[in-house]
Design a protein around this ligand. Structure first.
Ligand code: ATP
Length: 306
């Protein structure tokens, strides 16, 4: 009986692990899907990485037949450079990261990584090369060490702690009564949005992917936390191919290219300076954010009055 029970028990364990990982990924992208209809091609190759250049070639996509989401989108992110995607809510920004991760297949065009169509390579080898720092990180109901190590399961304790240091969360963890063995997640310690994001950054540092997808949080963090996170993000995106979905334009002034998306179409592209000179859609977004920041500053100053 034991001979049958042991493998079954093990399979149950593996099943639960895989299921939890999938749930995490899906939550990470803010979506619930019934089942995956993405399959590897029968002769799918392993993605060969050479810097991690990303190319969208006339990409169109829809979730439902009657509503086009991306329309003929083309852009290139050279290896090691940063492209930022901005645009109103619902413009299709997060969709770009979902289809690069191949959660969905596109309806027209091609997406290439280092010249290889992502449809022709295994999903596993593609996803291994993409690190995602999502808007809202979902933590496993496990220790903080487990949650960071998830980025690379064979990492040593020392590597986990080093990653945490780079993500500026080590001191916080050391201040917890049980340190790295503290339980987090729904049944454990509740972490703030900024702390969870640092865990995601530490995970990504361990994973060391060629391509980085950063989905900037829309929720406001306090300015000190935000600065810390911004510094940690800048560090991991340094000389790594990076796509940032940005909500605060102040964080992307140094991007190599900024793409402005409107209702699934690219309406403007260029550097921050180019786009300001053009005085188009990006310029008005910039002006609006500047005004909003000035108002917030005034309110903060008033708050400080005796
Ligand atoms: P935000 O800034 O608010 O995050 P976004 O630009 O990232 O917005 P997307 O999340 O890419 O926008 O969504 C683009 C459009 O696709 C939206 O209108 C959204 O309602 C729709 N959409 C997103 N996910 C799905 C889905 N799973 N099924 C059907 N429609 C979807």
């Amino acid at each position: 009986l034991i001979q049958i029970y042991m493998p079954l028990n093990f399979l149950g364990f593996v099943y639960r692990e895989i299921k939890q990982a999938l749930v995490d990924m899906e939550k990470m992208f803010g979506m619930i899907r019934q089942q995956s209809d993405i399959n590897d091609a029968p002769d799918a190759a392993t993605l060969k990485i050479n810097g991690g250049a990303v190319e969208f070639e006339n990409v169109s996509f829809h979730y439902a037949e009657n509503r086009k989401i991306l329309k003929d989108v083309s852009f290139t992110v050279d290896a090691g450079t940063t492209t930022a995607i901005v645009g109103a809510s619902g413009a299709g920004k997060s969709t770009i990261s979902r289809i690069l991760f191949r959660f969905y297949d596109i309806t027209a065009g091609r997406i290439l990584v280092d010249g290889q169509d992502i449809k022709d390579v295994t999903q596993k080898s593609l996803r291994q090369q993409i690190g995602v720092v999502p808007q809202d990180t979902v933590l496993f109901n496990d220790t903080i060490r487990y949650n960071i190590r998830y980025g690379r399961p064979d990492a040593t304790d020392e590597e986990v702690e080093n990653a945490a240091r780079h993500a500026q969360i080590h001191d916080f963890v050391m201040g917890l009564p049980e340190g790295y063995d503290s339980e987090v997640g729904e049944r454990g310690l509740k972490l703030s949005g900024g702390e969870k994001q640092r865990v995601a950054i530490a995970r990504t540092i361990l994973k060391d992917p060629a391509i980085l997808l950063l989905d900037e949080a829309t929720s406001a963090l306090d300015s000190e936390t935000e600065l810390g996170i911004q510094q940690a993000l800048e560090k991991i995106s340094e000389s790594r191919t990076t796509i940032v979905i940005a909500h605060r334009l102040s964080t992307i002034v140094n991007a190599n290219e900024i793409i402005v998306l409107d209702a699934g179409e690219i309406v403007e592209r260029g550097t921050h300076d180019d786009l300001l000179t053009r005085k188009g859609a990006y310029f008005s977004m910039w002006q609006k954010q500047k005004e909003a920041t000035a108002v917030l500053q005034k309110l903060e100053e008033l708050d400080e009055l005796p």
